[in-house]
Ligand binder design. Structure first.
Ligand code: SF4
Length: 264
């Protein structure tokens, strides 16, 4: 860990996240929180992110996206993906940006539709149509040795990931100029190793989610604002990278199967 590393707590605060109450998940949280008491604090494990500073800027207008990309500069390396060209150029080969740019940094420009985007700081996966019904990995096309992007700045008016708590390393200002300015300021600082607590502990023995294919409780899945909890049939999966410690899964849980490690 370098001296410049920061904890996830600092990263989350700087992202300015808020959770609206007028959504189904918000109502579920409110109900759970109203009935909740605090649970016993558990020992805290750590979750680590590693970012080499490979940034993907997703947009529809080339000049606007390139302008943002060039404002990022060192120490990050930026590629631009233009989704607006999907009807004109299904997928264009990588090409360097114009050398007439005032920036000394070349920006790789790609275009086409995006089929899937997932992940978090240090491990965003992006797939695009590769022809003959097969998908291709955008990071591989962009020539990234790590086969992933570390950070995503999504400039689309309707961002590709829409959750109340966005993944760490994913910025989606959705037309908000102040949010875009914050992202441009914060992204260069997301290079290195970062860690946060693993906020939850799940006791599968007392989880009432499902038995023999019959679904029972789904409270934590419905309430989680980060989309960190998934059903695997008779069991649950909680993604420690996506969990940001909102604590609503624990407060929603009627059996204490889901516990918040960080409550005291
Ligand atoms: S709220 Fe508790 S009992 Fe219900 S699915 Fe989640 S962990 Fe299991």
């Amino acid at each position: 860990m370098s001296s410049e590393n920061s904890s996830l707590h600092a990263v989350s605060d700087s992202m300015g996240m808020t959770m609206p109450s007028n959504t189904p998940a918000g109502h579920a949280r409110a109900t759970a929180l109203a009935a909740a008491g605090r649970v016993e604090a558990l020992p805290t494990a750590l979750v680590e992110y590693r970012s080499a500073g490979e940034v993907l800027v997703i947009g529809t207008e080339e000049e606007a996206a390139l302008s943002v990309a060039r404002q990022l500069g060192d120490p990050v390396n930026v590629a631009v993906f233009l989704t607006s060209l999907s009807n004109v150029v299904p997928f264009a080969p990588p090409k360097p940006a114009s050398t007439s740019s005032a920036s000394e940094h070349d920006v790789l420009v790609l275009s086409g539709p995006i089929k899937q985007l997932s992940g978090c700081l240090g491990e965003f996966s992006v797939t695009v149509p590769g022809g003959r019904g097969r998908d291709r990995d955008l990071a591989e096309i962009a020539g990234l040795s790590g086969r992933h992007f570390d950070i995503v700045l999504d400039l689309l008016e309707s961002p590709l990931i829409q959750r109340e708590l966005l993944p760490v390393g994913y910025f989606a200002p959705a037309g908000d100029e102040a949010a875009l300015a914050r992202a441009i300021t914060e992204i260069p600082g997301l290079v290195g190793a970062f860690e946060k607590p693993q906020y939850f502990q799940l006791d599968t023995a007392i989880c009432a989610h499902s038995r023999s294919g019959l679904t029972g409780c789904t409270r934590c899945l419905e309430a989680c604002p980060a989309g960190a909890i998934q059903s695997l049939g008779d069991s649950l999966s909680v993604d420690p990278d996506l969990c940001q410690g909102a604590g609503v899964g624990a407060t929603a849980c009627p059996t204490v199967a889901m516990a918040d490690r960080c409550s005291g």
